[in-house]
Design a protein around this ligand. Sequence first.
Ligand code: SAM
Ligand code: SF4
Length: 329
Amino acid sequence: MLQPPPALVDPFGRAISYLRFSVTDRCDLRCAYCMPAEFDDYETPDNWLQFDEIISLSRIFVGLGVTRIRLTGGEPLVRARFAELTAGIAGIPGLRDLSVSTNGTRLAGLAQRLKQSGVSRLNVSLDTLSRQRFAQLTRRDALPDVLAGLEVARDAGFQPIKINMVWLPGVNQDELDAMIEYCMARGFILRLIENMPMGDAARALGTSTLQPLIAQLRERFGLIDHVIPGGGPARYLASPDLSFSIGFITPMSQHFCEACNRVRLSVTGTLHLCLGQEDRLELLPFLRNGASDREIVEQIRAAVMRKPEKHDFQDRPEKIIRIMASTGG
Ligand code: SAM
Ligand code: SF4
């Protein structure tokens, strides 16, 4: 009987089962922690992976043991005909879970089609419920579009929807109770994220630690540790009757590099082996110069052997100059 090919395992014994694929570096927002206000240093369309190339690379990774793919960006929903792409990826045999990270501005028009195309889960970024603050933080007055999009996504059957809130000192920390209430009323799962020093824009906002808040919330609501499927590096707390849960992503104060199971692909086919390091492999030249799948697999295997042990966000916060939107957050 034919044996399946060996899975992708790095030198630290971590098996790669999760791919985050950035399908565009463009975005209709300019979140202060992600992109500089005037950013327009985008990749040229000639260098974008085309849908057949994205699907073909996804199939190769699934053949190597990846079971979950998340499409991200930039803002993935600004890529034209995005629901055709999700349909193509969702149909790859062996893929168990296709999810999307979005800022929600275009969800109202697309949620239904994404659901029908086979997307199983959505993460939506939402850092504030104040329209004015949203406009300041993202440089666009789009909060009503995002809130409307979230309602449509819920009605379309996405369950649960995770809400990602970047925890920014002095900016949105007074909104925790309002966000908890908003999410509880709709069955959304709130996740707080420490700001990572990716690029100058993020560094200017300072980093945050969620540890004091985690301790306070445990005490205030008697929360207990909780596990949520597909939770990745998030740590969750829940009320004893599990009617309420909240997640924390703590790359700064408590990283989970030893359990890292992921790699990232950019829209130009750069395989990033770690969010917080520069180690990479350019796959576009192989795709465009007629390399066989076998050659590409060999390149990927060799690259995974160079996956760094951990990021350096604490010790060398100045190190990563690329912004989150180009890496695929
Ligand atoms: N545009 C989509 C969105 O906003 O959800 C997908 C791409 S965005 C880069 C993915 C995630 O990265 C978002 O949840 C965003 O909040 C997060 N992110 C961006 N810059 C970050 C930073 N400096 N620190 C922590 N999270 C960041
Ligand atoms: Fe755009 Fe997402 Fe970055 Fe905000 S976090 S600027 S929505 S890519």
